[in-house]
Design a protein around this ligand. Structure first.
Ligand SMILES: [Mg+2]
Length: 354
């Protein structure tokens, strides 16, 4: 049995701002574009729960937020500062992890199977993590616990704000059944629309679908979705080896939702990464795709592969990660391809020559 946790910081950017501006605590606060008295363009990046009481949400045009609450605290975005706090948070979490995978600036999965014997202890363990992140980094978090990443992620949604939600193996199916398909982790807006047209409105309905019927519409991702709807997710918590990695990034001149443009960029970046890897005589076992959207939210998607240095593997894997995880309700601003878990080819060559 695996015990997986997702630890997600609550209203992270605003929480960071509260650390250096304690006077804004308890006030409706928004990090995002300059509202310019209601004429500003751009969006709300993060807002706290006080701001949500006025109907303000992240991703909303800043002008709309301003109309809802003109005297809220509006703050510009400072990514360097949030990165700094994020590093502190992640250092705290790593200590508790068996395996550790950072998913975005304010979210990380841990595999705690080697750390706690059962679910009961897992809850107490999660509480410890939460307390430690708050006392050492000053940030409140929510934690989802489950038998896999999918359930942990979705449990975490229910744990917000500042809660802990445990969903056991036995509870997984029932936990998912009544939810809208669009709420399932990994299913974006366009996919959920398609699923609804096919008559699958809830995750429970999708769970009973014939996987073959979905192949026509979604390819290999179809049966995968049915598995997920049944609470099954075999994907591993993949450790990030940030220091020992080779990566390339590209910011599009214009934010794009054109798959061809993004996939072309993936090909180009992959070729550059491979060139660098072969120059350094490295193979790799992990491929990570980074997506930053127009609203500046950022996500990392990783997959393990058999040790390789083939261009084709990295391109195919990165494209699959893109197709499976892209949020089609947003446009992509920046994309990154990275390989890690590096292995030196020098030693291997020598062995084969001997
Ligand atoms: Mg968060």
């Amino acid at each position: 049995m695996r015990i997986i946790m997702l630890i997600d910081m609550d209203y992270f950017y605003v929480a960071c701002e509260e650390l250096r501006h304690p006077e804004i605590k308890g006030k409706p606060s928004i990090v995002g574009a300059d509202p310019k008295g209601g004429a500003g363009r751009g969006v709300v990046m993060t807002c706290n729960y006080k701001a949500r009481e006025f109907g303000i949400r992240s991703g909303m045009p800043i002008s709309v937020a301003y109309k809802a609450k003109p005297d809220a605290v509006f703050l510009p975005v400072d990514f360097d500062y949030y990165d700094e706090i994020s590093k502190k948070v992640m250092e705290v979490i790593k200590v508790f992890a068996g395996k550790f995978e950072q998913v975005s600036v304010d979210e990380a999965f841990i595999d705690a199977s080697s750390k706690v014997p059962d679910y009961e202890d897992a809850e107490a363990y999660a509480k410890k993590i939460q307390d430690e992140v708050l006392s050492k980094a000053g940030i409140k978090s929510s934690i989802g616990i489950g038998p896999n990443k999918l359930i942990a992620k979705m449990a975490c949604e229910k744990a917000k704000p500042n809660g802990i939600k445990l969903v056991t193996d036995a509870q997984s199916r029932r936990f998912l059944a009544e939810m809208d398909v669009g709420k399932m982790y990994g299913i974006g807006g366009k996919t959920s629309e398609k699923l609804k047209k096919l008559g699958y409105n809830t995750i429970g309905e999708l769970a009973k679908a014939n996987p073959m019927r979905l192949i026509d519409q979604f390819g290999a991702f179809g049966p995968e979705m049915v598995k997920n709807a049944n609470g099954i997710d075999d994907s591993d918590v993949i450790e990030n080896y940030e220091v020992k990695s080779i990566g390339r990034e590209l910011t599009f001149e214009q934010n794009t939702d054109d798959d061809r443009v993004v996939e072309k960029a993936i090909e180009k970046l992959s070729a550059d990464v491979i060139a660098d890897a072969s120059k350094n005589q490295k193979s790799f076992k992990t491929i990570t795709l980074k997506l930053r959207y127009g609203d500046f939210t950022e996500h990392l998607h990783s997959r393990s592969v058999r040790a390789t240095n083939e261009l084709n593997t990295i391109i195919q894997t990165a494209k699959e990660l893109y197709r499976q995880s892209v949020d089609k309700s947003k446009k992509v601003r920046k994309i990154g391809v990275r390989v890690s878990n590096l292995i030196s080819n020098k030693g291997q060559k020598k062995i084969s020559l001997d």
